[in-house]
Design a protein around this ligand. Structure first.
Ligand SMILES: NC(=O)c1ccc[n+]([C@@H]2O[C@H](COP(=O)([O-])OP(=O)(O)OC[C@H]3O[C@@H](n4cnc5c(N)ncnc54)[C@H](O)[C@@H]3O)[C@@H](O)[C@H]2O)c1
Length: 386
């Protein structure tokens, strides 16, 4: 095989976005050959681009006409369609979240493990952003020392009521499996665990429908604790304006602050724990040096991840984000919500079956009746985070 024939399942906001960059040659050795939607009549314009239109994802997967698919549907179908593709020997890139909840994600990951020749990738494009790769290098090279505190105020996810009315699945237990945690700030949760590792215990305080006519969480404050004693707070919201995006990671050897497009590393000349034990003067502190780290935005980060998927299929190179690494962000989103719902601190790894049961109860008790109102999606790319 010299070119990967790709099909996209789910042609809403992000499905169309993937189609655009694939059709304009941003991913080498890849060809968009199929698009699939539950409303295939809306995709007629793809015919003149030489792309075949499908109305049934299962048929597309089994057609023999695609080597790989991108699953860009609402969350619950990620598991079923992902497993269908894997079992048919079709490589699969699953949009975030890889599933709506941990137990489903484990089913998907188990299917991938049982079919090791099939490439299974997850679309967490902000892993390609230099700001985060630079932070990761600082941590992994030991520049920060032991992490002692993590704070992320991540409230610049404002969404209007119109956004929530734009899709029947959005912000419902049944269609989406949660709110701001599983949808908007999932990329940030992926970063939190990619950079700092998974915490050992979590206590969440989530407000359901505080700002919007929705049944799921749209405002959250979460306390985190890692096994080494590091503590943290994660705050997110879709109702706050103007919103803040400030990420601080404090280690024994210094502090990283990422706020909007500014990344700084303030280095302690002597590590805090060493100074603490050796200084003979109560109020003295070591010298610090602030380093402003230049950052640029990744160009077409989705295409970067897609290129890594195509290269992995053709050349066996490592994936930028292997599918199984999508588990951490789901577990964080689930545990933050679960802890709040049961009013207790929860130890990790969490019990995925218990959370699935809780979610089933929420679905069964749901009284929400959504009226879907179409909105302009011209500004959809403004929803991408950095
Ligand atoms: N990585 C990113 O930057 C990014 C950005 C936006 C959305 N997403 C993710 O992409 C997914 C889709 O989000 P969206 O905003 O595009 O949603 P959307 O509602 O705009 O589109 C979903 C589409 O899937 C179609 N669909 C549903 N079930 C289907 C099936 N079985 N077969 C074929 N088509 C089906 C629907 O008709 C709809 O057109 C979500 O998981 C979301 O979290 C990722």
């Amino acid at each position: 095989m010299s070119t990967v024939r790709i099909g996209i399942i789910g042609m809403g906001n992000i499905g169309k976005f993937h189609a655009d960059y694939l059709l304009t040659g941003k991913v080498k050795r890849a060809k968009l050959v199929a698009v699939c939607s539950t409303s295939p009549q809306k995709l007629e314009s793809f015919k003149e681009k030489g792309v075949k239109i499908w109305g049934d994802a299962a048929q597309l997967i089994r057609s023999g006409e695609v080597d790989a698919v991108i699953v860009a549907t609402p969350h619950y179908q990620h598991t079923t369609l992902g497993i269908a593709a894997i079992e048919a020997g079709v490589h699969v890139m699953v949009e975030k979240p890889i599933s709506a909840h941990k137990a489903d994600a484990e089913r998907l990951i188990a299917a991938a493990k049982a079919h090791p020749k099939v490439k299974f990738a997850a679309m967490f494009q902000i892993r390609a952003e230099p700001r985060y790769t630079k932070i990761r290098n600082l941590i992994q090279d030991g520049e920060l020392g032991q992490i002692v505190r993590v704070n992320w105020i991540n409230t610049d996810w404002f969404r209007s009521e119109a956004y929530y009315s734009s899709g029947g699945w959005r912000a419902t237990w049944k269609g989406e499996g949660g709110g701001v945690l599983i949808n908007q700030c999932l990329h940030n949760l992926d970063m939190l665990q990619w950079l700092c590792g998974m915490p050992a215990r979590v206590r969440g305080f989530c407000q359901l429908g505080r700002f919007h006519e929705i049944e799921v969480e749209d405002n959250v404050t979460v306390s985190l604790e890692w096994a080494n004693g590091a503590s943290g707070v994660f705050v997110s919201s879709t109702g706050e304006l103007p919103g803040t995006n400030r990420f601080e990671i404090c280690g024994t050897r210094g502090k990283i602050v990422l706020e909007k497009d500014t990344l700084t590393f303030t280095r302690n000349e002597v590590a805090a724990d060493t100074w603490n034990k050796t200084s003979k003067i109560g109020f003295a502190r070591p010298e610090v040096h602030q380093i402003d780290i230049p950052i640029t935005n990744a160009e077409a980060p989705h295409a970067v991840l897609m290129q890594s998927f195509v290269d992995a299929i053709l050349d066996g190179t490592p994936l930028n984000c292997p599918g199984e690494e999508g588990l951490g962000s789901i577990e964080l989103a689930n545990v933050m919500l679960y802890s709040s719902l049961i009013g207790q601190t929860v130890e990790l790894p969490m019990d995925g079956a218990a959370y699935e049961k809780k979610l089933s109860e929420l679905i069964a008790g749901s009284k929400i009746e959504k009226k879907v109102v179409g909105i302009s999606t011209e500004d959809f790319t403004k929803s991408f985070t950095r």
